[in-house]
Design a binder for this molecule. Sequence first.
Ligand code: DGL
Length: 266
Amino acid sequence: MDNRPIGFFDSGLGGLTSVYELHKMLPEEKVIYYGDTARTPYGSKSPETIKKFATQIVDYLVSKDTKMIIIACNTVTSWALDSLRERYPDMPILGVIGPTVRKVVNDGCTKVGVLATKATVNSDVYGKSLKALDPDIEVHSLACPAIVPLIEEGFTDTEIMDLTVRHYMDDFVEKTDVHDLILGCTHYPLIAKHIRKHYPHIRLYSSSAEVIGEAAELLREKDMLAHDSDRQDRYYASDLSENFISMTDLLFAGTDFRVKLKSLDE
Ligand code: DGL
């Protein structure tokens, strides 16, 4: 048994969708979450900047006596997973991409779309990882750079979001005829309903959810599951946007948590 918290982080509120999945599966696990709301979005930044920000956050989460780190961000996973693992070789650090890729290949998908940020698409980590496991798989990636800023600004349930989804996806779906689609950004489960509405025939895979199954397995294997019915979660953000707080309230209503401002600037 290990009641220390699991550290989660993302450029903003997207990674909360992963925490939501953790609470569903392992309700006694305690969480420390960092959302870098002051510097979001990461998806349009350079790999060097993404690595620098991610390292600052992981240093902070490690200093909080976490037992595991979940990089609840595809963009950071794409560019910084290896360097973070090198920096903390004794800390289990999980990215969101590997578990999603394994699930898609295990399900026998043959023609897969990947919706992600520009930085994730440029890294081609999804394409390479899917093809490493199944050389015959067809992969089509699409960068949707406007979606994360719209979500961070609170436009999730609006007509603007609906139009934005169609702006990116209509041609893509027609040209590629993908049957399965990876939501390769942890913000995107928040707009899954817009995608389902327009493309009901496409099966969706959530990178936010798949990582939690693998985290649970690892904790079980190492006898590190928590037993703490009084757990109190902590959420930190580099800028306390109203939207971050209301999304936290919405997803975790009824649980005991605090949201605090924490800047990591030197
Ligand atoms: N949730 C992050 C991801 O999974 C969003 C990145 C961004 O800030 O653009 O990629």
